[in-house]
Design a protein around this ligand. Structure first.
Ligand SMILES: C[S@@+](CC[C@H](N)C(=O)[O-])C[C@H]1O[C@@H](n2cnc3c(N)ncnc32)[C@H](O)[C@@H]1O
Length: 498
């Protein structure tokens, strides 16, 4: 978006970007309002330009999964190329920012094997970078007390505490997480104490993060917590003032929780800065009647009357970077599962139409199914019903194979929905009816997923605009702080009171 490399400097520019996105998305509501489970029952491909589908159904899966990242081929229809490249230019750039340049006072502590115990490579990267960013911002706003909201098992809190000597309060809804955080912190503390003894440096006593178990449901609730004894006792007062300056942070604080943090930042005079990385946009509340809902929060987006809905918020969670690195087998498997789910929806509409009014979800299934199936094939066991039914095959082993997988998928789906399986379900007939449309699912889903990064951008810009609408009292910026190949949900919203 023109001059707005990471995020626009003014509310007006941010609102222009938002308006450009809304304008672009409007004619494609058939993509973002739809759900792939209805692909066959609602004949979703019919809403898409026929030329696009005809072209993409011949493309290999390796090409399709690059579409959400803005990939196009020269020979594709020009309207299709324009659609994909426009989406790319409207999405927030995800390439990791040069943090040393943007935050000159940032110092990165390299993490040892004791403090990173239990972290996978992704978590270790996130914590290493985020802790350095948080400590840099804390120094800017002259605070030593950090509130880690949705702290999970306390990974970030502990690094801030032991490596950056900050005073940390770790809040999480789960008491189990609180216990794990405490136990982990005690173990890590021993390591640091031994290190201090060996180096005979002495120094300040080590403090471990204070854990608080609380499901934070509103900014008022968070503000009450921030003013509580728990926080005050743990505060490192820096000045003579009797209030404790705080920095709020949250790594992948789900749904409304990230928004609650932004509201508490504005409403609480103690909170001097916020560093927030959101996730799970599907969990955002979006009721027009509720002024404190999770989306939209800015006056600018509210004034457009935009309503995203559950399917679009789900779509905003799709990551182009994750698609891009998917292996061929995994991508094919993924499309196949979408095909099974869409055919299963046909089955429900035939045999259990009443269930569809409740938009049933059957969760993620499929991996175990395929593994079991492959094992039974290797052991030469009879595979399934589909192969036994005389009218069920199209004459190829592949059909039988896929059809039997569909049958198992459906049986498991029915079980999850607590539906008794009547004897007359003709799985083979359903699959035969679905099969001609199955090859269009990959193209359709890839085009739809290309909207994901733009929808996420819209949600993030709404948050940025909300802060910018406060005028000069707040300085806010959005930065992709993680390497997107390691951690695709990588955008931090950083705001300070000026
Ligand atoms: C995606 S996890 C992130 C955990 C941690 N920040 C990390 O990155 O390792 C989100 C965490 O937020 C917590 N959580 C979700 N909603 C919450 C709420 N309303 N109040 C407090 N904690 C919440 C969950 O229990 C979970 O531990």
């Amino acid at each position: 978006m023109g001059d707005c490399k990471y995020s626009c400097a003014t509310a007006t520019e941010t609102l222009d970007w938002i308006r450009a996105i809304i304008q672009f998305l409007k004619p494609y509501s058939f993509f973002w309002e739809s759900h792939v489970v209805n692909f066959i029952t609602h004949r979703l491909w019919e809403a898409v330009d026929e030329e696009w589908i005809d072209c993409l159904r011949n493309e290999p899966v390796e090409c399709l999964i690059q579409i959400p990242s803005g990939f196009v081929q020269q020979h594709w229809p020009s309207s299709l190329k324009k659609f994909i490249t426009s989406l790319s230019s409207l999405a927030f750039p995800r390439e990791q920012a040069d943090l040393k340049k943007l935050l000159p006072n940032m110092q990165v502590a390299l993490l040892n094997n004791v403090i990173t115990q239990g972290m996978n490579q992704k978590k270790r990267h996130e914590i290493e970078v985020l802790a350095a960013v948080v400590s840099s911002v804390a120094r800017d706003v002259e605070t030593n007390t950090i509130i880690d909201v949705g702290a999970g098992q306390g990974y970030l809190s502990q690094v801030l505490s032991f490596e950056y000597q900050l005073s940390v309060i770790a809040i999480d809804a789960s008491s189990h997480h609180g216990r794990v955080t405490d136990e982990r912190a005690e173990r890590i503390k021993k390591h640091y104490e031994a290190k201090i003894r060996k180096s005979s440096l002495g120094g300040k006593g080590l403090t471990i993060p204070k854990t608080v178990t609380c499901r934070v449901l509103s900014s008022d609730m968070l503000k009450t917590l921030l003013n509580s004894k728990d926080v005050d006792e743990h505060c490192h007062h820096q000045s003579t003032s009797d209030t404790c300056p705080l920095l709020l942070t949250g790594l992948h604080a789900c749904g409304d929780l990230s928004v609650t943090m932004l509201r508490a930042f504005l409403e609480s005079k103690e909170v001097k800065a916020v560093v927030s990385i959101g996730c799970c946009y599907n969990l955002l509340s979006e009721e027009e009647a509720n002024p404190l809902c999770g989306f939209p929060i800015s006056r600018g987006v509210k004034s457009t009357g935009l309503h995203l809905g559950r399917n679009s918020r789900d779509l905003a969670c799709q990551s182009a970077d994750r698609w891009k690195v998917m292996e061929k087998g995994a991508s094919l498997h993924n499309f196949e599962l979408h095909a099974f789910r869409a055919a299963f929806q046909m089955l429900l509409s035939r045999y259990f139409p009443e269930t569809l009014t409740a938009s049933p979800t059957i969760g993620r299934q499929g991996k175990a199914l395929r593994r079991k199936h492959q094992n039974s094939k290797m052991n030469g066991l009879p595979t399934d019903e589909c192969s036994r039914k005389p009218d069920s095959t199209s004459g190829t082993d592949e059909h039988v194979d896929t059809c039997s997988l569909f049958e198992k998928f459906s049986e498991s789906g029915l079980h999850r929905l607590n539906l008794n399986q009547p004897h007359n379900i003709d799985f083979a007939a359903i699959w035969k009816e679905a099969e001609p449309f199955v090859e269009m699912i990959g193209p359709y889903w890839s085009l739809r997923a290309a909207l994901g990064p733009v929808l996420e951008t819209l949600i993030l810009l709404d948050r940025l605009l909300f802060l910018q609408e406060q005028g000069d009292s707040v300085e806010a910026v959005m930065l992709p702080i993680f390497n997107p190949n390691i951690s695709p949900r990588n955008v931090a919203l950083i705001a300070k009171k000026t």
